[in-house]
Ligand binder design. Sequence first.
Ligand code: F6P
Length: 364
Amino acid sequence: MVTRIAINTGGGDAPGLNAVIRSVALSALNRGWEVLGIRRGYQGLIEDDAEGVTELTRERVRGIFHQGGTILGTTNRGDPLRYPVLRDGQKTPTDVSERVVKRARELGIDALVALGGDGSMRIASSLMERGFPRVIGVPKTIDNDLRGTNVTFGFATAVDTTTAALDNLHSTAQAHGRVMIVEVMGRDAGWIALHAGIAGGADVVLIPEIPYDIDRICEKLHDRYRRGPGFAIVVASEGARETGADKLYKIEKDAFTEHAMLGGIGARLAQQLQERSGYETRSVVLGHLQRGGSPNSFDRLLAQRLGCAAVRYLAETDRSGLVAQIAGEIVLVPFAEVVGGTRSVDTACDTIQTARDVGICLGD
Ligand code: F6P
């Protein structure tokens, strides 16, 4: 029987984390359970820190559901299986999972609600194999690339932010007769670029799933300038790449992180397009703006549906897994179906077809 649960938030933050924390806490407290918050992923269980684990009372979660970020803090360098431990003056990746399992037992935690993406779900299932209590994962990432669910919270808000940026860029692009390139996040999946590109009226959308040909993009620009608008908007996913070329990285992967940091495609394209097409071109990187701010209404609702479903699964079943939205309903998906890869855009889906039908160039 579950009477004491913990919550943590891991990986890059996303709008809606606090809404999930509040909904999990309230629905657990309303069942008479105790709720603990673990600071910065699993760090609160690893470090000797008096603030590492805090009780989440009604007062503590009051008024947070519309706030961005996470009251618990997060990290993408806190994997307990390769945790940075200082040895001989140097940080060394170390497996501290035994300590994490022991601390969870000492704290009397019956279950953990883990808010995260693919990395967090992999960590949760590895910890359970090592004796950690059961875990219900909640799908978080602006990238929308988590397997096992049709949607992650944070994505819709990131698309809104990106769409608003595209709206703003239209006027300056038009005023100067320029090509404006917007580099957006998404890692190896093009969800943000595709959705915001269509919603924001882009002329070219480049996603990792469809390698691009620079000549196709130039043809599209010439066609558009010839027809009259005299400016163009290009959305490039950070993981987009030219046919036959590699993706561009800004920061190499190190021993503590899951991924190398992508970046640079916008600037590279701006140079290439200006040279080849002759149109004055500028680029802008939206970066972490896409992760900040208040969750929109879709994410606030989704976050609370997922958080409450996580608690219901803990109360009514003895299962672990990811609370996922599939065909509009919240269901529990085993971690085995979630970990080990990410979810890309299906290039045959209707959203891709929609882009093509309205004349958006996808670079192919
Ligand atoms: O996964 C979310 C994400 O924002 C990616 O889109 C991006 O590539 C990455 O995280 C950046 O991570 P950070 O700056 O937190 O290391």
